[in-house]
Design a protein around this ligand. Structure first.
Ligand code: G3P
Ligand code: CA
Length: 304
């Protein structure tokens, strides 16, 4: 009987999402209690990328060890249509290759070293084991961390990669992280591109989405803009040093989550938590974990 009631309530919440009767963040919370604004998300930005080369399995592993709630994965697409974990459209900054990712096959990209640049750029964090690390595919990441992890995945430059969203959803379905009528808190999809998020939303309205924003100066946002974002997303992410308490409160009042990026100093973490953010991206999930413990905050991994 309890199970039946739960199923009825869940169906009602799903109908609410589709019909727009229930706000997205509230509906997401009904389906995924872990996405309640009361639980602060510690998102390991490109893994624990302050400690290890970004977007490597080692960096993601460290993020998990440091109690990050989500592994953040930026996606690029190879010439032969494979999704890889990489921030830039070009290979130059984080590998010993050069040129656009889209001009190389996965086999060619797999020849590259994505660890040595880190040792040269951050000698204070350098380790021999980072030399020769390979660029992982999204599938390799999911195979390694499985359903025991949560993934906060960004469609990067979707206008450059037609079919990126379809490929992503195919992989998530294949690994049973999403599926028809299978709501999950295992995956959040984020993008700076509203078109990309709306496409994902049209293909699968049950995946929680976060709209990323970039401000060149002090951030402002209107009620009308927030209402538009609410039609397809559960939250917003923006460069943290452009917002203030009033901005955070306004986003929250509209029932949206707010996950600023990329917050690496404890003083900034404390300030943002005081203002009411519901999570943040950090290269140092260990630092955020310490701040959350000090602040007696509830997190997905059980801090209080
Ligand atoms: O995804 C949040 C944040 O990562 C956006 O900035 O450039 O680091 O992907 P970026
Ligand atoms: Ca990102």
């Amino acid at each position: 009987m309890k199970g039946l009631l739960r199923n009825v309530l869940m169906s009602a919440a799903l109908v609410g999402i589709c019909s727009g009767v229930v706000g997205h963040a509230q509906a997401a919370e009904q389906i995924n209690p872990s996405l309640t604004p009361n639980k602060i998300l510690n998102v390991a930005h490109r893994g624990a990328s302050g400690h290890a080369p970004e977007h490597t399995l080692l960096s993601y592993e460290l993020g998990q060890q440091m109690k990050g709630d989500y592994i953040e994965v930026d996606l690029q697409m190879t010439k032969d249509g494979e999704l890889i974990a990489m921030h830039d459209e070009t290979l130059d900054r984080t590998t010993n290759g050069t040129g656009l990712v889209k001009n190389y096959t996965l086999k060619e990209i797999k020849q590259l070293d994505t660890g040595s640049w880190f040792n040269e750029t951050y000698p204070q964090y350098a380790k021999d084991e980072y030399v020769g690390l390979k660029v992982p595919t999204l599938e390799e990441v999911i195979e390694k961390f499985g359903k025991g992890a949560r993934y906060y995945i960004e469609t990067k430059s979707p206008e450059v990669y037609p079919g990126m969203e379809e490929k992503l959803l195919e992989i998530l379905d294949e690994y049973k992280l999403t599926g028809p009528n299978v709501p999950s808190n295992k995956v959040i999809i984020q993008s700076f591109s509203p078109e990309s998020l709306k496409k994902v939303h049209s293909l699968n309205p049950y995946i929680p989405l976060v709209q990323l924003l970039w401000y060149d100066g002090p951030a402002t946002i209107t009620d009308a803009e927030l209402e538009v974002y609410k039609t397809y997303s559960i939250g917003l992410g923006m460069n943290f040093n452009t917002i203030d308490e009033a901005y955070v409160q306004k986003v929250r009042e509209h029932g949206l989550l707010i996950h600023p990026y990329t917050v690496n100093e404890k003083s900034d973490m404390r300030k943002l938590l005081d203002w009411g953010v519901t999570g943040m991206f950090t290269n140092f999930p260990d630092r955020l974990q310490e701040v959350l413990r000090e602040a007696n905050k509830i997190t997905l991994k059980g801090n209080r």
